[in-house]
Design a protein around this ligand. Structure first.
Ligand SMILES: N[C@@H](CCC(=O)N[C@@H](CS)C(=O)NCC(=O)O)C(=O)O
Length: 297
């Protein structure tokens, strides 16, 4: 044991890495080092042109917020069916899902209004696809569009440090490793400061207009400062990022955000879980508190 780093120091990597045992972490059951389908399973298809296969993680919420924002703006073509993908049970490795996303990760979108039916995977690509399809939430002006896409791609490149790095080692790893938590806390705090300094003189990420850049960044970085992710707000000193906090609370109040984050949610308070969404009325009638009988406690 290396005491100063609070980590075991006996491990010597073999010449060639082998997948020999489960690592005991939260995702041990589904993680594997190969791609492709493990079983045959078709995806269901509902009544709307847009079919979403997802789960209400931050990457999933980006897309359901976008769809609810479009609908709130009166874009009726954005009506959608949202199907729940249980990633802890390996649904992402079913043949139908792999055909929609060869990377086996939620979210995946199929657009049946196009011939041939068009698949879109990667949450950032889905946001941009929908923004272009409906001409909304991405600026037309080239300079503003460049700024918007820069922040969108910033999020796609940065969030793995927050989720796969910091969140994994702080919240999910089977034991706490100071070296890893230090490395990623340092980077995440730097990212929080990037956002805080930018939002000091911008209402939203790209100025006065709320765009797909806000939709991409909020579920991750808003989630951390509002303490909705990893229970790490205190650890990361989230209160000190005043402008980021102000922006996160403003986005949090939007009706479409409140609806979008309920879709494909299978955890948390029952009244916040709309596991599948096929119609706008489902928010009033099909949340889990209305479906599941109350538990005895
Ligand atoms: N870069 C991808 C990341 C998607 C992603 O990591 N999805 C996670 C949930 S947030 C997932 O499906 N994990 C299942 C797995 O890794 O097997 C995106 O933004 O769409």
């Amino acid at each position: 044991m290396n005491d100063s780093l609070n980590q075991p120091s006996t491990y010597v990597p073999p010449k060639v890495w082998k997948w020999e045992k489960e690592n005991g972490g939260r995702f041990a059951k589904v993680n594997r080092p190969t791609a492709g389908a493990t079983h045959e399973k078709e995806l269901p298809v509902g009544k709307h042109p847009l079919q979403l296969y997802s789960l209400a993680t931050p990457n999933g919420v980006k897309v359901t917020v976008m769809l609810e924002e479009l609908l709130a703006r009166g874009v009726t073509g954005a009506e959608y069916d949202a199907w729940l993908i249980h990633i802890d049970d390996g649904d992402q490795f079913g043949s139908g899902f792999v055909a929609a996303n060869p990377n086996s990760k939620i979210p995946a979108l199929m657009d049946h209004s196009r011939d041939p039916v068009t698949r879109v995977f990667e949450s950032g690509a889905i946001l941009l696809y929908l923004a272009e399809k409906f001409g909304a939430f991405v600026p037309d002006d080239p300079a503003k569009r460049a700024e918007c896409l820069s922040w969108l791609f910033w999020q796609m490149g940065s969030a793995p440090y927050l989720g796969g790095g910091f969140g994994h080692f702080y919240a999910y790893a089977p034991f706490k490793i100071e070296y890893c938590i230090d490395r990623y806390a340092m980077e995440v705090k730097r990212q929080l400061d990037v956002l805080d300094q930018h939002l000091a003189d911008h209402r939203f990420m790209c100025g006065n207009d709320y765009t797909i850049a806000d939709m991409a960044i909020w579920p991750w970085y808003g989630g951390v400062v509002l303490n909705a992710a990893y229970d790490a707000a205190e650890f990361l000193g989230a209160d000190s990022y005043k402008h980021l906090g102000r922006w996160a609370r403003e986005v949090d109040k939007r009706k479409a955000v409140q609806r979008g984050r309920m879709v494909n949610r299978s955890f948390g308070p029952l009244e916040q879980q709309l596991r599948e969404r096929h119609d706008a009325s489902d928010f009033a009638t099909k949340t889990q508190d209305k479906i599941e009988p109350k538990s005895a406690d």
